[in-house]
Design a protein around this ligand. Sequence first.
Ligand code: OGA
Ligand code: MN
Length: 291
Amino acid sequence: MIAIRQIHPVFVGEVSGVDISKPLSPEEVAAIDDGMNRHAVLVFHDQSLTDEQQIAFTVNFGTLETARGGNITKPEERRLQPGMADVSNIRKDGALHERESRQRLFNLGNMLWHSDSSYRAVPAKYSLLSARVVNPRGGNTEFADMRAAYEALDAATKAEIEGLICEHSLLYSRGSLGQEDFTDDERAMFKPVRQRLVRTHPVTGRKSLYLSSHAGKIIGMPTPEARVLLRDLTEHATQPAFVYAHVWRPGDFVMWDNQRTMHRVRRYDESQPRDMRRTTLAGSAPTTAQV
Ligand code: OGA
Ligand code: MN
């Protein structure tokens, strides 16, 4: 029997009583779906998965996001099959990335608060991350509840931001770390998309802030003013009361709703491996019209 216990004051459920490497019953799928609507992040322990089993579990909850355009890795340098996002520090040949590796530097962007694929016109629904090799030092993944963050805003701020539309791009998140060495092809691939700043959950009706380090502009607002507002909102949304830090154990599996949470990974010992593999579910529609 699946049981879900909330392990943080405002969100995050810990799931027990299910082996996710096996096909799920409709009742199990419904319980996990309901748990996601309620808690926005679900933690599973002691799950040993192959990539195929991870993909099979993932597609119980939607359509796998397989679109390219999320990174600068050349197809021939990919370690994992299409549909598996590689957020490890490991190269295809098994060695660890060099310090100056462009791919490593690009992946450091995951250390900024973000929502997966917010730089896509149809951004991601859920992400599912499996810990295959846990790093010995650091590497916690932190999550912030953007529903609780929205609800804690004062009325004037809620009114001010209600209809705002942001531009998101990997060029903004990487640019904020000083990574600017993108080719014309990469710049074309990372063309900004529009996302609304306040989203409403289709099932629960709860509103949430839709922030991400990929957000770099607000339509109709001077850029420095927009960046100050986005920074202020991000600071508010990531205060300790709204944040859960996941300390990984081997066999942990975490799924989160990108539509109402942000996350980031903390620095870790890059002389040692950290093998983390993500599957992602595509959202069903843009959050606003595109230009
Ligand atoms: C991700 C990500 C977090 C981590 O998989 O989307 O941001 O802990 N990674 O590696
Ligand atoms: Mn991410």
